[in-house]
Design a protein around this ligand. Structure first.
Ligand SMILES: NC(=O)c1ccc[n+]([C@@H]2O[C@H](COP(=O)([O-])OP(=O)(O)OC[C@H]3O[C@@H](n4cnc5c(N)ncnc54)[C@H](OP(=O)(O)O)[C@@H]3O)[C@@H](O)[C@H]2O)c1
Length: 418
């Protein structure tokens, strides 16, 4: 039997994830992996590990020939990219959890992997404990993957759950999330949807071979959601979630976005509450599969890092099959979305931009409409994020056959039915 490779680790970062990994590794003696050195930023901090383990000199790890694996779990995306690219070029395999760094540098990281032949694994960077990347990579072939819908940010899901189930307003829910350690002290990255779109960027690569910068994916966070929106959702027996969605279109391309969405009660994602994450994958013949688990936290994230380290024992690499072995998909903006919009001032909502409006509620204290609008209109303009306007896409929001639907509508109108 082949003996597994001995792994000597250089660890960057000893915060929530780094210290979690240190503890988890101490309890996993079967894995032939040891941490030789830990690089941190502030030498003076008190640590729950021997002082001799720590350094602030990154080169002590990057130039150490004994170290064959670099684990990078720091909170500085620019420094992380320097560390990861140098490590690969120095002949070391790398495990990372830094979603922002990966999302912003994926083309360069792909080149480094190709050039050096080293492995870069980052399961912990998306949905932490849920093994979604390796499943997308290994199990779902291109033709099988119809759509993928996910809750990928635990902080926003926690806030939305508290608004819905305990009637807290947005600010109260955010403060609670921060007190419990589910939100950053500067929560803009989570709340504004940046963290979710960063994760979606490279999940799209593993799902469909799409390489896009996060700036080119339509997204928003939950910052504009009103208590009144939750009341409307409840009246329809639905909840509101921040959903990342991608689906194959009839034109062979893929539509992708990250937006607040109404979710029906029987949708798997409605079961995903508090800081949990969930992923629903719809494949050609097997209908839906649902992955569920903790999307953040010290041990859940460390366990995904550990699994990647373990995979390095048998030289596991992402093959980026959808990118290199299939015809990669491209993103398409040629769709329309059914959206709910609540607002204070109708003059700030360009009604003429809608294909049609299905519901109109002008009497309520918080006014709202439901209508169909082109994806491009939302991508090219931001009136729907301004002036206290809240946009939430409907459950099953994507409309491809707009002309046929318009014709049907017209004939129903002519027949006096609408
Ligand atoms: N926390 C989670 O649940 C979670 C889940 C999935 C992914 N992630 C990702 O994992 C990464 C780490 O997150 P975290 O929550 O563990 O962060 P954290 O608790 O804030 O810890 C960050 C660590 O990075 C160190 N550091 C910062 N800049 C450095 C540099 N230039 N060189 C060496 N060390 C440096 C810090 O050193 P000092 O200790 O000296 O300050 C600290 O130990 C982030 O990219 C995050 O997005 C986190």
């Amino acid at each position: 039997m082949e003996t597994h490779k001995q792994l000597t680790i250089g660890l960057f970062g000893f915060g929530v994830v780094g210290e979690g990994l240190y503890k988890v590794l101490q309890q996993t003696s079967s894995l032939k992996a040891t941490i030789k050195k830990v690089c941190i930023k502030n030498y003076g901090k008190k640590r729950n590990a021997p002082a001799s383990l720590f350094t602030t000199d990154k080169n002590e790890l990057l130039n150490d020939r004994d170290i064959n694996v670099i684990v990078e779990v720091i909170d500085d995306a620019e420094a992380a990219f320097q560390i990861v690219s140098t490590a690969l070029q120095n002949g070391k395999d790398v495990v990372s959890a830094s979603k922002k760094m990966i999302a912003e540098n994926l083309p360069a990281l792909l080149k480094f992997q190709q050039k050096t032949g080293q492995s870069l694994l980052y399961e912990a960077a998306a949905c932490a404990s849920i093994p979604v990347i390796r499943n997308l990579e290994e199990y779902y072939d291109n033709d099988l993957l119809h759509s993928i819908k996910a809750i990928v940010n635990g902080s926003t899901n926690f806030i939305l759950t508290k608004i819905f189930e305990e009637g807290l307003d947005f600010k109260q829910a955010l403060v609670l999330a921060q007190q419990l350690g589910f939100a950053e002290s500067n929560p803009a990255l989570d709340v504004g949807g940046y963290d979710a779109v960063n994760k979606w960027t490279f999940l799209l690569t593993h799902a469909y071979g799409i390489i896009e910068s996060p700036d080119n994916i339509l997204f928003n966070g939950i910052q504009n959601i009103h208590a009144a929106d939750a009341v409307v959702a409840k009246s329809k027996n639905q909840v509101i979630k921040l959903v990342a969605q991608a689906q194959k279109l009839k034109n062979g391309k893929v539509a992708a976005f990250v937006l607040p969405q109404f979710v029906k009660q029987d949708d798997h994602l409605s079961f995903v509450k508090n800081e949990y994450n969930g992923v629903v994958i719809e494949s050609g013949f097997a209908d839906k599969q649902f992955f569920y688990g903790k999307g953040a936290g010290s041990f859940p994230t460390a366990s995904a890092v550990l699994s990647d380290i373990s995979a390095l024992r048998y030289q596991y690499k992402y093959e980026y099959k959808k990118l290199y072995h299939h015809q990669p998909h491209t993103l398409s903006d040629e769709i329309f979305l059914r959206v709910f919009i609540s607002f204070d001032d109708i003059t700030k909502v360009p009604r003429g931009k809608f294909e049609w409006i299905e519901e109109w509620h002008a009497q309520e204290e918080r006014k709202y409409l439901v209508g169909v609008i082109s994806f491009t209109e939302l991508k090219e303009n931001d009136w729907w994020k301004q002036n206290n306007t809240s946009l939430i896409v409907a459950a099953d929001p994507v409309i491809e056959d707009i002309e046929i639907r318009k014709l049907k509508k017209k004939s129903l109108q002519l027949a006096g039915i609408l």
